[in-house]
Design a protein around this ligand. Structure first.
Ligand code: DAT
Ligand code: MG
Length: 149
């Protein structure tokens, strides 16, 4: 089972797209383990984007992600990383496939609405950065056998 940390970034929250975005992961068939609405601290943003520390856009990235509240979620499933990333769409929204979140709602790389983990290892690491173990719920989904063989 893979886990992915999904963030609705401040532009998605401000534009009233939280429900729309959650619905897309939900109907795709991923299982929600945890969700919280938070204002990210500078420290959490630095940790979350640590891999991009040397990139020229790092400061803009931290400013953007801390510019307002975000909706943080952990979703689980077999192939959760690939499924979530295709639902999110390409990093540059202008190049994202229509039907993806970025392809339907985005125009700018610096306003690309959603974060999704890029590997199973980072999914676990990022989930643990945002959530304590007891904040993630273990539950049985009644529709499981209609979504998974
Ligand atoms: P993704 O969010 O699709 O996983 P990423 O991990 O490569 O993309 O980069 C993290 C974020 O950094 C991305 O959502 C937007 C920003 N970013 C990436 N490349 C950029 C660039 N060349 N110029 C400006 N911002 C960039
Ligand atoms: Mg990434």
């Amino acid at each position: 089972m893979e886990r992915t940390l999904i963030l609705v970034k401040p532009d998605g929250v401000q534009r009233g797209l939280m429900g729309e975005i959650v619905a897309r992961f939900e109907r795709r068939g991923l299982k929600l383990l945890g969700m919280k609405f938070i204002q990210m601290s500078q420290e959490l943003a630095n940790q979350h984007y640590a891999v991009h520390k040397e990139r020229p856009f790092f400061n803009d990235l931290v400013t953007y992600i801390t510019s307002g509240p975000v909706l943080a979620m952990v979703w689980e499933g077999k192939d959760a990383i690939a499924a979530a990333r295709s639902t999110i769409g390409a990093t540059k929204p202008a190049e994202a496939t229509p039907g993806s979140i970025r392809g339907d709602f985005g125009m700018e790389i610096g306003r690309n609405l959603v974060h999704g983990s890029d590997s199973p290892e980072n999914g676990v690491k990022e989930a643990n950065l945002f959530f304590k173990p007891e904040e993630l719920v273990t539950w049985t989904r009644a529709t499981e056998s209609w979504i998974r063989e």
